[in-house]
Design a protein around this ligand. Structure first.
Ligand code: ZN
Ligand code: ZN
Length: 105
């Protein structure tokens, strides 16, 4: 299995996401939306779901953000570390917005 770290265009906000430093990026640094492409191991790209994953919660662990993502299609949740250039100052507000959308479903 190959770990992929590549540039991509965000499906949600259209931002051209640059390569992440040091990590295997899978979410957008602006809106934090990603596609559900990983299976059991982060970065394995083993899932065929392709649903949109939204951040729904986060916590600070040893000064690092651990973000909980939930898939809008299948409901799967997983945690991921922030990437170094993520705009985490926006994260609490984004989570609030995404959560209200989830709760309506
Ligand atoms: Zn985005
Ligand atoms: Zn899914």
């Amino acid at each position: 299995m190959k770990k992929i770290n590549e540039t991509f265009v965000c499906v949600h906000c259209g931002y051209h996401v640059p390569l992440a430093a040091r990590t295997c990026r899978n979410h957008c640094p602006r809106c934090f939306v990603s596609l559900h492409v990983d299976g059991k191991i982060p970065g394995d790209r083993a899932s065929a779901c392709d649903g949109w994953m939204y951040p729904v919660d986060y916590k600070l662990l040893n000064g690092d953000y651990k973000i909980l993502f939930a898939c809008a299609s299948c409901g799967k949740q997983h945690r991921n570390k922030r990437a170094i250039d993520d705009e985490v100052t926006c994260l609490p507000d984004l989570i609030k917005e995404y959560r209200s959308r989830f709760l309506q479903q």
